[in-house]
Design a protein around this ligand. Sequence first.
Ligand SMILES: Cc1cc2nc3c(=O)[nH]c(=O)nc-3n(C[C@H](O)[C@H](O)[C@H](O)COP(=O)(O)OP(=O)(O)OC[C@H]3O[C@@H](n4cnc5c(N)ncnc54)[C@H](O)[C@@H]3O)c2cc1C
Length: 328
Amino acid sequence: MPELPSPLNVTVIGSGVIGLSTAHELASHGHKVRVISDQEPLQTVSAISAAIWFPYHSENSPAADVLLARTLARFKALSLIPETGVDLRFGMDIERRADADRSWAKHVADSEVVDAALLPEGALSATSGTVPVITMPTYLSWLQDQCQRHGVEFEQRTVNAIGDLRAGADAVVLAGGMRSAELLGDDHSVYPIRGQVIRLANSAGLRNWLSDDDHPGGVCYIIPRRDDIIVGGTDAAHDTNLEVDAQTASEMLARAISLAPQLAGCEVLEHKVGLRPARETIRLERVSGQDMTVIAAYGHGGGGVTLSWGTAQRVVELLDAPAQATHQ
Ligand SMILES: Cc1cc2nc3c(=O)[nH]c(=O)nc-3n(C[C@H](O)[C@H](O)[C@H](O)COP(=O)(O)OP(=O)(O)OC[C@H]3O[C@@H](n4cnc5c(N)ncnc54)[C@H](O)[C@@H]3O)c2cc1C
C-alpha cells in the first residue's frame, strides 16, 4: 500500500452516529471529508436509538472498554453545551441474575449497589449511576451542523461498490451499520437484533432512567429525555421485521408501567422499530485485500451511541498511523 499524503481526502460511507462522529473527528484533525449516505441522519437506525450511554448487545472486551471510556468522557463534555441534546441522568440497572454484567459500572464515577429496599419484586440487586442520555434527533442535527462547520461535505446517494469511490478519495471509512458488510463481501458475521420502542410525552416529569433486561416479561427500559420518554423494548436476533407490532407495544408499555406507574398517564407520541447492527466484535480495522485504504467501523450492536466517539477517535488513529511513522 503506498504511503498516504496528509491531510487526506476521506470519504465516509454512512451518516448515522458512527459516520457523523467519525467525519467530525477526521475533519477536526485537518482531513478533507465527504460523507455519502442514502439515508439522512434523522432516517437512520441511530435516530431511533433510546439513547443512553450503556453497553448492550455489543462487544465486551478490553478494546471495547477503551471505546466506552473515551465516548463517556466526550459525552460528559458535551453535556455542558445545552444545544447538543446530551444530558447526564441518574438511574439504575435492575439485576435478576446472580451473574449480572456490571462491567459498565467501573466507568461511572458515582456507580453503586442500590439499597435492597428500593428493588422491584423479583429483582436480586441493582446498580445505579449517572450516565449520558442523548436526545438523538437534537444530537444528530447538532453533530451534522458541527461537521459542516468543519468543512465536511454531504452527498445523498447509494454506494454500490467501494471501488467506485477510488477517484475522489485517498481513503474510505465504512460506517454503514447493518449494510456495511455487503460492500466488503468478506464478512458474514453481522446480524440484526430487532428493537421496537414507544415514544411517550414526558408529562410525568420523569428524570431517572431504568433498565431491566431480564424482566420475566421481556426486556424493559425507560429512558426519560428532554421532553419525551423512550420505552422499550425487544431484542429479537435475526428478526428483520420493520413493522410496528401492536401486541408487542402494549406488552412493553405494561411492563414499563409496572415499574414506573406514573407512565400510565403519558400520551403515546409514536412507535419505532430499528435493527441493531450486531456482531460478536466491532469491526474497527484497516481492511486488507482492497486496492485503496479502507477502514471498517461497524458492528456496534445495541451500543453504537455508547461507543461512537471512541470509534471515531480510533479511526483517526488508524488513518494517521502511517503518516506518523514517517515523522519518527
Ligand atoms: C430500538 C433501539 C434502541 C437503541 N438504543 C441504544 C442506546 O440506548 N444506546 C446505544 O448506544 N445504542 C442504542 N441502539 C443501537 C444504535 O442505534 C446502533 O448501534 C447505531 O445506531 C449504529 O449506528 P451506525 O452509524 O453504525 O448505523 P446507522 O445508524 O444504521 O447508519 C448507517 C448509515 O449508513 C448508510 N449506508 C449504509 N449502506 C450504504 C450504502 N451502500 N450507500 C450509502 N449509504 C449507506 C445509511 O444511509 C446510514 O446513513 C439502539 C438501537 C435500536 C434499534
